[in-house]
Design a protein around this ligand. Structure first.
Ligand SMILES: [Zn+2]
Length: 83
């Protein structure tokens, strides 16, 4: 049962980190061709204009960070709960 709680908490933490990072530091672009906001630097075959976030913070990197957070939470909770 403890394992389920740890896994659930880690999953929640990862999803939370993903949404926070996605809304703050992830690079977001606006396509010059179709006008839609995208997380890709190239859209409709043309370079899109960066509107916010950090250019280095790609969606992949955000996912990686979220996974790291989830892993850290799982490890920390596991250690704490098992004493
Ligand atoms: Zn486009």
């Amino acid at each position: 049962a403890l394992l389920v709680v740890v896994a659930a908490a880690a999953g929640l933490a990862g999803a939370f980190a993903d949404s926070v990072l996605g809304a703050t530091v992830q690079a977001m672009y606006r396509c010059r061709a179709c006008g839609s906001e995208t997380e890709r630097a190239v859209h409709c075959g043309a370079p899109a204009e960066q509107v916010r976030g950090l250019r280095l913070m790609t969606n992949d990197l955000v996912n990686l960070c979220a996974s790291a957070v989830a892993g850290a939470v799982a490890a920390g909770l596991g250690l704490w709960l098992t004493g």
